[in-house]
Design a protein around this ligand. Structure first.
Ligand SMILES: [Mg+2]
Length: 498
């Protein structure tokens, strides 16, 4: 009996998830899925690559993986939004939870897609089947709609008898669609497609095939395998030839998390004791840790647990492990953690060295492999962008701090000047009062009547003007003061003496 396999793929996952989150937070927000929009890169500096795009953005030719700059050239009004991995993880988890209700085996391929073995899942859809709906189509419809109605985003479902065909089927027209691609439909639905559309056929391979006149998936399916082997090498040739013919026996298997681990170990040339641990074992440990980290990096995965292994002279294996606060594939973190673990295993009163043991083998490993969204992206460029982002933020923070300090300084300076001005003014007013007193005294003790008259009038005006614009007052005062200085000398002015 043929199997029934579903491939369920979230439509524009990152973008949809960001859109759904926005709408949850603000129901009046624009639905990003309905406008040209994309996730990726640094929204502000417009660097990096597009990791997801809306269907309207796709109409402008924006593609996943293309530089943000080039996407903006194609579509200047493109709305860019930043990645939000926390949200992606959460929606992915909820998506898989729904799938698990309907299939015993759910194989999560990546953050937004999974295979389901639905061969024995008819029991979950009794109601629909009894109502005359054809299985498995009714199951696909039910699951698709449940995800849409409860989580708010859409998926495509591909139905077939094996994984490769189900995968190809889910990739047909989007969004929110169900497609079948049964073996008898291959000729009609799969073979007319360009060879580059075939699952597993990369851009370079597609180019190579096209130069040989292999343009469609059908062309590839009908090309002699030995010829393909000579061009692509046997492994790739067989794989693609099988895919083009819809041949796949691979079972749907729920991968239990943390099942996989990466480790490297080596026997030491000589027995390791506390005496030569640092000189001989430590450099080996570092090399092993770096090797493990580089394998994680190469596979674009991260690990949440680091462990170390030793084998003693008595051939006993000992391990020690720790869970990291965040998954990593950073060589420095793995190396440091492995070193600490090794040290806690070997040294101290409970350590193996204290028990008189020597080591014959040491190893470093990582488990709790994280199939996080980063595995879907170019991890290096993501890390680089992240780093650049951190640097930029730090610079901004410093600039802001600098600005704040400058503002503060300017403010202080301003206050100081104001105070000075006030003081000067007070002083001038005081002088003016003294000066008026001087005039009055001059009236009491007549000198030159004309000058006295004039000066008295001036002084009276001055009194009247006390509440006028300070600047004006100051100017007049200055004039007056210089006049008085001319006539009576500086001393008189200061002391109010004649
Ligand atoms: Mg997808």
């Amino acid at each position: 009996m043929p199997r029934i396999i579903f491939h369920i793929d979230v439509n524009s996952a990152f973008l949809s998830w960001s859109a759904v989150k926005r709408l949850r937070e603000d129901p009046s927000a624009v639905d990003l899925r309905l406008i040209p929009s994309a996730v990726g890169g640094d929204v502000r500096t417009r660097h990096g690559v597009i990791t997801a795009k809306s269907i309207p953005a796709k109409k402008y030719g924006v593609t996943t993986g293309e530089p943000v700059v080039s996407a903006l050239r194609k579509c200047p009004q493109l709305v860019l939004i930043p990645s939000d991995f926390r949200t992606y993880r959460e929606y992915s988890r909820q998506f898989i939870e729904i799938l698990k209700k309907y299939a015993k085996e759910v194989e999560k391929v990546s953050i937004d897609e999974a295979f389901l073995d639905m061969t024995d899942s008819g029991k979950y859809f009794r109601e629909q089947i009894n109502a005359g709906e054809p299985y498995p189509y009714c199951a696909a419809e039910h699951i698709k709609n449940e995800i849409r109605d409860t989580l708010g985003f859409t998926v495509n479902v591909g139905i077939s008898t094996n994984k490769i065909l189900a995968k190809c089927a889910s990739d047909f027209t989007k969004p929110d669609r169900i497609h079948t691609l049964y073996p008898e439909e291959i000729g009609e639905k799969l073979w007319p497609l360009p060879v580059g559309d075939l699952f597993g056929c990369g851009r370079k391979t597609a180019e190579k095939l096209r130069t040989m006149g292999i343009r469609t998936i059908g062309d590839l399916a009908q090309t002699d395998l030995s010829l393909l082997r000579s061009i692509l090498g046997s492994k790739a040739a067989e794989y693609l030839h099988n895919n083009a013919n819809g041949i796949s026996e691979s079972p749907v298997t729920s991968v239990r998390e943390q099942a996989k681990s990466y480790s490297n170990e080596t026997t030491t040339g000589e027995d390791i004791s506390s005496a030569n641990y640092e000189a001989i074992a430590l450099p080996i440990l570092h090399r092993l840790a770096e090797k493990v980290a580089s394998r994680l990096l190469k596979d674009n995965v991260r690990a949440s647990t680091v462990y170390c292994i030793v084998k003693t002279g008595e051939f006993q294996r000992h391990t020690r492990q720790t869970r990291l606060s965040a998954s990593t594939n950073d060589p420095a973190v793995i190396t440091k953690t492995a070193e600490e673990l090794m040290s806690s295993l070997l040294t101290g009163p409970d350590g193996l060295f204290a028990a008189g043991q020597v080591l014959r083998l040491i190893g470093v490993g990582c488990s709790g492999i994280d199939d996080s969204p980063y595995t879907q992206l170019d991890l290096f460029s993501w890390a680089k962008e992240k780093q650049a982002e951190d640097v930029r933020r730090e610079e901004e923070r410093r600039a802001e701090e600098g600005n704040r300090n400058q503002k503060k300084q300017a403010e202080e300076e301003r206050r100081k000047k104001e105070k000075q001005a006030e003081k000067i003014l007070e002083e001038k007013e005081r002088q003016a009062v003294e000066f008026t007193g001087e005039k009055e005294r001059a009236e009491e003790f007549p000198g030159d009547p004309d000058i006295r008259k004039e000066e008295t009038a001036e002084a009276a005006r001055q009194k009247k003007d006390v509440n006028e614009e300070k600047k004006e007052k100051q100017r007049k005062l200055d004039e007056m003061l210089s006049e008085v200085q001319k006539k009576y000398g500086t001393k008189a002015l200061r002391r109010g003496e004649g």
